[in-house]
Design a protein around this ligand. Sequence first.
Ligand SMILES: [Zn+2]
Length: 387
Amino acid sequence: MPKQWKIKVILILIVAAAVITAGIQLYNHRHYRMLLTAGPGVTKVHMLSDYCSGLKGTMADTHVFFLKGKEPGGKMLILANTHSNEPASLLAALIFLENAVVEKGTLIIIPQFNNSGGRNTRPGDGYPLYFEIQTSWGTKKFRMGNRDASPLDQWPDPDVYVHYPDKQLLSFLDIRNTNRTWPGRPNGALMEKVTYAAMELMRTEKVDMTVDIHGAETMFPVTNCIVAPEKAIRIATMTSLTLKAREGFDNHVEPSPSGFRGLSHREIGDFSDTLPFLLEAPLPFLDQPTGPKTVKLLLDGKDPFLLSLAKKNKLFVPYDESGWPMENRVGQHCSAVLELLRQFSRKSPDRSIQVKNVPRYAGIVKNGVGYYYHNPATINKKDLYFN
Ligand SMILES: [Zn+2]
């Protein structure tokens, strides 16, 4: 074989080895079955496709957990992993799922709302494929996802995404972003079906309030806040003020802009009787000027570049050597959801929702997130769900 050919064959073999190695890792990530443990409060489990048949058999279908109290009351829907690269939302939702006992009214929890996005990743940014949370019985492993649904599930992207029904022109990528496809439609793109199914759930179940949990860059002003439209802003404001006064962490209210379409905090309120709220907590991992996107950065939020930017007043949140640990973010989310429930119940006593056994900010910061996850070896198998 001539020398040139030998070099070509060797190069092809090297490329093939790299493609196969990466391909196996990405295949395993996409098919990794994450454990969801249903706690004592769970009374029934549906699939999102029960509200839009077009989701059945797709990677976008996902579990919907109902926690119904003995006494009738109002209903709250909790959405996590709308953006699957903002995992404090999932971790907070799982604390509710494993621990909440509802005494009055109903909680409905969708821990992996954009389930396709949870199976997507961002190799170009060096995202980790998984992360683990320490518990007293070992580690609990989670799939790290992406902001958008996987192109393996929804493809091709249009040149321009025309929002339904407003016809506003949005970025092509946002057709795979479940915080731009509200209110959705049953015959649209797969992510429009996901949001349509959630709208149907809210309309048929007569859900009073929906909380969509997120995380945002420290260099982005919409962080450490509750975003709410006009009809929900009073409850959001009372919640924000109470959190700051009683629990000592920063929070403010951002009004939902009426001219920017497709967002949960806008469309849910416009297309149903449900009051929408979107929660943001700081997520240094998402900022652009950071070091490598490691699991450590994801969990402790410590980054030297952000620290130097904080000293130049370039961040929208307080930031020092202690970073922004996961337990603080998860604690903020849990407290915000509980306070929204309390404020809503005070204002609408006939639709009151009473929940116990969910920790607040101080407890989660003190004990860590893993403290509230139960050992699956001690749980009845019928209460273990894999997705
Ligand atoms: Zn988000």
